[in-house]
Ligand binder design. Structure first.
Ligand SMILES: [Zn+2]
Length: 272
């Protein structure tokens, strides 16, 4: 397949960030085997879109994404391992450009062929659905990141915490900075088969008012301007969950922050 050599400095920087984040996910134990995927909207950053020609392979999409007409993305390859993406990003990331109708895309490699596959992540419809929602809402988020955060998945194995209100209260009361840096909390997505329309629809709903969607018994989808910012959101939430489990495993019930303390933090969050 054709290779597009990434020349643009801004896009190269983003690719480097994707690799850095992939390394963090692997180190944290949040990306076993081929778990996790990432996409970054690079439209307008580079002239990569002009490099796509009719010679590039074209693939039809089952759904139309009219708001993504002509948009260009860097996206992880299906079956790619985050530990590999960390070391060889160009080999594990593809470039895609949507056609005018937004119902198909041209594809190009960013580097040499990857033996694990040369198509975008199987979660492509969810990624495109989220990017479309961001475009419709005029959001500044360019990155969509999916990963299996052990601590957060573990929380959704507890029935009591399969409840958005309870989950967010737990996150915010376990560490003051969670209330400041993730003031919207997470949107809870009840269990559905991965890749199904149901889970895609529920994820979009959850991301309307939150930057992170937590999939019951599976993982998270986070949206942020850049890959590192998406990672930070997840990392902060994981810290709160870790504190909760640590106190519980020591045989105690965490005290948590009080309503009054939380109120002050929320007011602080508004200033950021
Ligand atoms: Zn997953």
């Amino acid at each position: 397949m054709k290779v597009i050599k990434i020349q643009n400095r801004a896009v190269r920087k983003l690719l480097k960030e994707m690799a850095e984040v992939a390394g963090f996910l692997w180190q944290r134990g949040w990306a076993e085997r081929n778990a996790g995927n990432i996409s970054v909207n690079i439209t307008g950053l580079a002239d990569e879109k002009n490099l796509f020609t009719e010679d590039h392979p074209f693939f039809k999409l089952e759904t139309e994404y009219p708001d993504l007409s002509g948009k260009v993305f860097l996206i992880s390859i299906t079956g790619s391992h985050m530990r590999d993406l960390a070391r060889k990003p160009k080999r594990n990331v593809l470039l895609i450009r949507l056609n005018e109708k937004g119902n198909g895309y041209w594809m190009a490699l960013a580097g040499k062929d990857n033996p694990t596959g040369t198509s975008p992540t199987s979660e492509l419809p969810t990624h495109l659905g989220i990017h479309q929602m961001i475009a419709q809402n005029g959001g500044n988020e360019k990155t969509v990141l999916h990963t299996h955060v052990t601590e957060l998945i573990a929380l959704t194995q507890i029935k009591e915490y399969c409840n958005e209100k309870k989950l967010n209260r737990l996150f915010w009361t376990m560490h003051p900075e969670t209330a400041i840096f993730v003031p919207d909390g997470v949107g809870f997505v009840p269990y559905s088969t991965p890749g199904s329309q149901d889970i895609a629809d529920e994820t979009l709903k959850a991301l309307e008012n939150h930057k992170v969607a937590l999939w019951e018994k599976h993982g998270v989808f986070a949206i942020a301007p850049g890959p590192l910012e998406a990672f930070d959101l997840i990392d902060i939430l994981a810290k709160s969950a870790k504190i909760f489990f640590l106190v519980r495993s020591a045989g105690y019930d965490p005290q948590g922050l009080t309503d009054e303390q939380l109120k002050i933090l929320k007011a602080l969050a508004d200033k950021f």
